[in-house]
Write a protein that binds this ligand. Structure first.
Ligand SMILES: C[S@@+](CC[C@H](N)C(=O)[O-])C[C@H]1O[C@@H](n2cnc3c(N)ncnc32)[C@H](O)[C@@H]1O
Length: 227
């Protein structure tokens, strides 16, 4: 199914169904794409100004739907690069009748073209594909290049909350956060073994890994130094 159609790139994007944002197609070449500004009109899309959270790689949307249900005062953007998976997430949002979530079909690499600078309060990276083979370092969702880009999307008090089941990927991520200058808090290598973090919601992948008895790694990375 083709979900996106070409649009004039010099207008701000307000066009969204109730659940999915209709994004203009960017050049496949990320460097060329990153030169294009096709910013979302966030207030136009949600019809209000509210704290804005972004989940990157939302899969079938279980996490973002539950978070949006628990936090009607927050607006959520959820990004998924595989269109049929994103459609599942959209159907979940629709079934839940939520007005504070929009799904976007795109890759993380293109987000700086769509999201206005410093407009995001928190980013969630839940069970991102680790891509631990050699040569894939720059494609990982916590590569220094992408963490630098996310910092440009985050506001002054912005944060990234990450969970993963993959220890080498977790270690790579911690190193990347430090390299880019994020402040790390609440680092755990056994989230559920140490008791739950208040407000934390389990994702679909997380349920699977927890039921297999695997430890979950979690970190909070802050743009600003927090005393
Ligand atoms: C392992 S799944 C985790 C799904 C969900 N977050 C969860 O925890 O249940 C990773 C998801 O991230 C998506 N993904 C991987 N790379 C991405 C990228 N560069 N941009 C957007 N989504 C991506 C994949 O298509 C997949 O749906």
């Amino acid at each position: 199914m083709r979900m996106r159609r070409k649009k004039n790139l010099d207008t701000r994007i307000t066009s969204s169904s109730d659940f999915m944002i209709d994004l203009p197609i960017l050049p496949l070449d990320v460097r060329k794409a990153n030169q294009i500004r096709a910013y979302l009109d966030i207030e136009g899309i949600f019809g209000r100004r509210a704290p804005l959270h972004l989940e990157i790689g939302c899969g079938r949307g279980g996490f973002v739907v539950e978070m949006a249900r628990l936090h009607p005062e927050i607006d959520f953007l959820a990004v998924e690069k595989i269109s049929n998976v994103a459609v599942s997430a959209m159907e979940k949002v629709k079934d839940a009748g939520l007005s504070n979530v929009r799904i976007m079909i795109t890759g993380a690499e293109y987000l700086s073209s769509y999201i206005p600078p410093h407009s995001i309060d928190r980013i969630y990276l839940n069970f991102s594909t680790p891509m631990m083979k050699r040569g894939y370092e720059v494609s990982r969702l916590t590569s220094p290049r992408l963490l630098t880009m996310y910092r440009g999307l985050l506001g002054e008090q912005g944060s990234i909350f990450q969970k993963t089941d993959d220890e080498p990927f977790f270690d790579f991520s911690l190193e990347s956060y430090r390299e880019v200058g994020y402040t790390l808090l609440n680092v755990t290598r056994d989230l559920h073994g140490e008791g739950t973090v208040e407000g934390d919601v389990m994702t679909e992948y997380e349920r699977k890994f927890v039921s297999m008895g695997l430890p979950i790694y979690r970190v909070e990375a802050y743009v600003d130094t927090i005393d």
